[in-house]
Design a protein around this ligand. Structure first.
Ligand code: A3P
Length: 272
């Protein structure tokens, strides 16, 4: 039973769609799908399975809130609705639009070592291009321009968490956000999900038995009511080998943005 004061704790079993109580706003390749699936283990959570892209797409946004609600899952009155669209984090319009939709919405942000995130972002685009029968560029060509780190490369910009977070904090107070450590979610999903449960004031329900390490996948998979499942094969992919001097450049570059992000959110992360 969910502990949300704004709604009744009793459910008469009627299923309806409603605006989200929780939004996973990013970051892209941070582990947003894992977070959504793990949160769905909780019986008081109903999750939209596809990325809705309502607040970052003008075309969708113009459809209005009725359309947005129609994209939400059916839920009981005692459930919280959650949607995840990682593109919201870097979208200039998203914070104010979300505030207008529901000023008391709770925001989940999952971050990951920015260097790993760049490699994961590259790997995602690499696979998308192969699917479209295009030839992907080598990562070094994208990362390096005239001997320097190419700051115009989108994957690098998206890993600079602090300017994006700064914009969000101009719109929502800090206590409206819970930041999930994406690297910790990989290593120890149970502990990280307990923190999420606490932030959302959900009755503790997710247990260690909900997770088991799958050697073949190399990641934790989920177990629910005797049913086991791992994330899609596109999650947990091998990253390209990058020349050590390029990796070093990346790590060095991110030190200052990382420090600013830690200061902004009032905590640190164990990043390279
Ligand atoms: P990689 O595929 O680069 O390893 P998103 O869902 O936001 O796109 O994030 C994808 C990332 O989620 C994966 O990136 C992977 O590292 C991470 N992840 C976290 N927990 C996972 C899990 N239990 N199974 C698979 N991937 C997981």
């Amino acid at each position: 039973v969910k502990q949300n004061s704004s709604k009744s704790n009793q459910s008469d079993g009627t299923l309806t769609r409603h605006l989200p109580d929780i939004i996973i706003i990013g970051v892209r390749k941070g582990g947003t799908r894992a977070l959504l699936e793990m949160l769905s283990l909780h019986s008081a959570v109903a999750a939209a399975q596809s990325e809705v892209h309502f607040f970052d797409s003008d075309a969708h946004y113009q459809n209005g809130l009725k359309w947005y609600v129609s994209q939400m899952p059916l839920s009981r009155t005692d459930q919280l609705t959650v949607e995840k669209t990682p593109a919201y984090f870097t979208c200039l319009d998203a914070p104010a639009r979300i505030l207008r939709m529901n000023p008391s919405v709770r925001l989940l942000l999952i971050v990951r070592d920015p260097v790993d995130r760049v490699l994961s972002d590259y790997t995602q685009v690499f696979h998308n291009q192969l699917q479209k029968h295009k030839t992907p560029q080598p990562i070094e060509d994208l990362l390096i321009r005239d001997g320097d780190l190419n700051l115009n490369y989108k994957a690098v910009n998206r890993s600079m968490y602090h300017p994006h977070m700064e914009r969000w904090l101009q719109v929502f107070p800090r206590d409206r956000f819970h930041i999930v450590d994406g690297d910790a979610l990989i290593r120890d999903p149970f502990s990280e999900m307990k923190k999420v449960e606490r932030f959302l004031r959900l009755e503790p329900q997710i247990t260690e038995e909900n997770f088991y390490f799958n050697q073949t996948k190399g990641f934790y998979c989920l177990k629910e009511k005797g049913h086991e499942h791992c994330l899609h094969e596109s999650k947990g992919r091998t990253h390209p080998n990058v020349a050590p001097e390029v990796l070093q450049k990346l790590c060095k570059y991110f030190q200052e943005p990382n420090r600013k992000f830690f200061e902004l959110v009032g905590r640190t992360f164990d990043w390279k």
